[in-house]
Design a protein around this ligand. Sequence first.
Ligand code: ADE
Length: 353
Amino acid sequence: MAIISDDGSEAKRLGKKNPIVKPETIEYDNTFENSIRPKDFDSYIGQSALKESLKITLEAARLRNKALDHMLFYGPPGLGKTTIAGVIAAQMGVDIKITSAPALERPRDIIGILMSLKGGEILFIDEIHRLNKVAEEILYPAMEDFTLDMTTGKSQTAKTIRVPLPKFTLIGATTKAGELSSPLRDRFGIIHRLEFYTVDELSEVVKRTAKILDIKINEEGAKAIAVRSRGTPRIANRLVKRVADFAIVKFNGIIDKQVANESLDILKIDEFGLDNTDRALLSLIIDKYDGGPVGIETIAAALSEDVRTIEDVCEPYLLQAGLLQRTPRGRKVSPEGYRHLGIKTPSEQTRLF
Ligand code: ADE
């Protein structure tokens, strides 16, 4: 299986006006994250309900010699949406073309990528909730009938021609399923929400990554990293790498509980996995807005972060951990959020004894 990742940037870099995806614009992504991605169901840890149902779906498609249904994966960032798409492609023995909605700005971007697909191939579109209306309308017949409806000529002489496409599978990923239009959502045969990982699952992810990085780690060291990983394997993997650096430079090269905890303390990742931005967000709401509710735009402006970062990166885990609450009038810090920062809630402060 080849993972072909293209956002049109290579064509732009070369000064080409038309970054329609062509085979020569293929880029191979060799980031750390890609190098440790599991390639099959056995090495993909967690999301067991999804894995079990996918195994059946894939087997059925193989037995019937059919392309897989289009699939939509949603959930907070870093839970393995791209990774599971890669596993599906590898298990089916087909190529996957990876792109994201913001890279499909013009009709020719989406048309180019659709026309480059071969039978059975997977097209992965990340952040699919950001697809524009025109691109969406091109996708509808492509997903439903495997055709491209193209208009030639102008107004009265305009003609629509139908171009057949090979039977491909679209895998869409989003952190905001609610922002997908219903016609687009309805065209996915399989819709699945990815869940936060348990500490045990994350410990397995940590041990697997440490092995790939060739760094020694014991059970307690793996667990110490796992508990501070916010239920997210992408964060767990990032932390293993950072802690491994500390273990090699400052300690004896082995990650145990003490090495993990001391390293993560230095990195200012607390025992809940919160970093400086998360704590600043909670403190801001407590100190400046009496614990809330306060609007997301106000929070983002005060922290000099953009709204999307707050919504997509900070909030999902703070909400899941019960430290923050979402109300119709804005965000509120929960009593647990106060306790986590060692601050008394307003009602505790007014109580005399
Ligand atoms: N790295 C990132 N996600 C993973 C997963 N689900 N299993 C194993 N390694 C991973």
